[in-house]
Design a protein around this ligand. Structure first.
Ligand SMILES: C[S@@+](CC[C@H](N)C(=O)[O-])C[C@H]1O[C@@H](n2cnc3c(N)ncnc32)[C@H](O)[C@@H]1O
Length: 172
């Protein structure tokens, strides 16, 4: 009987994640390890003290950055409840001090004075580009897989993963 309830519970969790992903426009799929390493290469050279993960999913990228960049402050915004709760749990289990995770829509937050990292989707990148223009945000943006539409990347690197994921670097 316990197995039955466990199965129902797990199916419910998966269903909540699927419904949230459909509402938000993207699933909480994490960046590959190779993509995380490429992102770290650029993030560590950024002049900003703060790095913001725009849509942090289960928190793997934000945690990776926080552990490898102990002198920087990492902020992670995530809308989807289950990935958000899992990332909070991982943060406390791993006792990571320089990471703050919020269940918030990053489009409503102040993104100035920080390096931005993201792994979003077509429409999300359009909306992000509009926010950058409207709020006159001049910063470094490191984007996994998806490019901005009007701003030319300063550089494109390819992660050594299955998809050869492009990592776009922007200086706006
Ligand atoms: C593909 S995952 C990337 C996770 C992580 N950044 C990484 O690279 O491993 C994208 C995440 O962005 C979240 N997301 C999308 N739009 C968002 C928004 N406006 N505010 C907060 N989170 C958002 C989604 O819920 C999803 O979990």
């Amino acid at each position: 009987m316990f197995e039955f309830y466990l199965l129902i519970f797990l199916l419910l969790i998966v269903l909540i994640i699927v419904i949230s992903s459909l509402k938000i426009g993207i699933s909480p799929m994490p960046s590959s390890k190779a993509a995380q390493k490429k992102i770290l290469e650029y993030a560590k050279n950024s002049k900003d003290e703060t790095i913001i993960d725009l849509g942090s999913g289960f928190g793997s990228l934000a945690i990776f950055l926080a552990v490898n960049l102990p002198n920087k402050k990492i902020i992670a915004y995530e809308l989807s409840l289950v990935p958000y709760l899992i990332s909070k749990l991982l943060k406390s289990l791993l006792k990571i001090k320089n990471l703050q995770i919020y269940k918030k829509d990053f489009f409503k937050e102040d993104l100035k004075n920080a390096t931005l990292v993201c792994y979003l989707y077509f429409e999300g990148m359009k909306k992000l580009e509009k926010k950058l223009f409207d709020e006159n945000i001049n910063t470094t943006i490191i984007s996994n897989t998806f490019s901005l539409h009007n701003i030319k990347p300063r550089e494109i690197q390819y992660a050594q993963d299955f998809f050869k994921s492009p990592i776009y670097i922007y200086l706006t």
